[in-house]
Design a protein around this ligand. Structure first.
Ligand code: SF4
Length: 251
């Protein structure tokens, strides 16, 4: 566990979120540890690419800090709709996630996990996520070439395994399932790619499928957001499949 355990701030916000209302963010991972190295990631190059889960912080300490913040916010009459695991990395790499969710249930506030979904094929990851009230899955591409270009996955990951696991999870998860698709100009926003991604997302029957583009400059200079027209086409493609679709950005 990191030396700065005692000093690390594990909560941030609450911040207004289009997906979640008023959301108190939970940072359950040291920064830049992820199973992906997406070309649009604002964090820059991942310090460490991992797919093996490990305990990053003490779940009790993390929960104490979150619950302490919740108490302070309640004293100030500030409303919180969700406690949201949304670290600067992949939250399911934390093997304490399930325990942390359990410890936070006493707050009575709904719990969300924003994940890239790449570890869902691991049974314990699915088990941990089943406890959440809302899970957001990143689905930027469903063909191997585009997936590798846009998400730059850990070399041990296979797309087929991830997609199968996402589908299985969608059939058992009782909470609110949403998806998020980030569109990058000339990379994953072509007609074929959008058709394939929307067809797959349709099979998951998400409550909402969000479309988005990078709103802050990605670390890589040659990466650009899809144009407004392309984003519009993507929206129409999704809607034509009967998917409840929304923009995460202000177009
Ligand atoms: S999944 Fe998220 S944190 Fe990981 S590289 Fe992609 S954008 Fe960055």
């Amino acid at each position: 566990m990191p030396d700065h355990e005692d000093y690390f701030m594990k909560t941030f916000g609450p911040f207004p979120s289009r997906r979640l209302g008023s959301s108190l963010g939970i940072n359950n991972m040291p920064s830049k540890i992820c199973s992906y190295a997406c070309i649009y990631c604002q964090l820059g190059i991942a310090v460490s690419m991992e797919i093996k889960r490990s305990r990053k912080y003490h779940p009790e300490q993390l929960a104490d800090e979150v619950l302490g913040n919740v108490n302070n916010l309640h004293k100030r009459n500030e409303n919180i709709d969700y406690l949201t695991f949304i670290p600067d990395g992949e939250p399911t790499l934390d093997s304490g996630l399930g325990q942390e969710i359990n410890l936070l249930l006493v707050s009575g506030i709904k719990i969300a996990v924003i994940t890239n979904g790449s570890l869902l094929w691991q049974k314990d990851v699915r088990k941990d996520l089943e406890r959440a009230d809302l899970v957001s899955l990143k689905i930027d591409a469903v063909d191997n070439g585009t997936w590798k270009k846009v998400n730059r996955p850990h070399k041990s990951l296979t797309l087929e395994q991830i997609l199968r696991a996402m589908f299985e999870f969608s059939t058992t998860f009782k909470g609110k399932l949403i998806t998020e698709t980030m569109l990058i100009d000339g990379v994953n926003d072509g007609v074929e790619s959008l058709e394939a991604v929307s067809s797959f997302i349709h099979q998951l029957h998400p409550d909402i499928a969000y479309l988005t583009v990078p709103t802050r400059p990605p670390a890589r200079k040659n990466v650009h957001a899809s144009t407004e027209d392309t984003l519009n086409n993507a929206f129409q493609t999704f809607v034509s499949k009967g998917i409840n679709t929304e923009y995460l950005i202000g177009f």
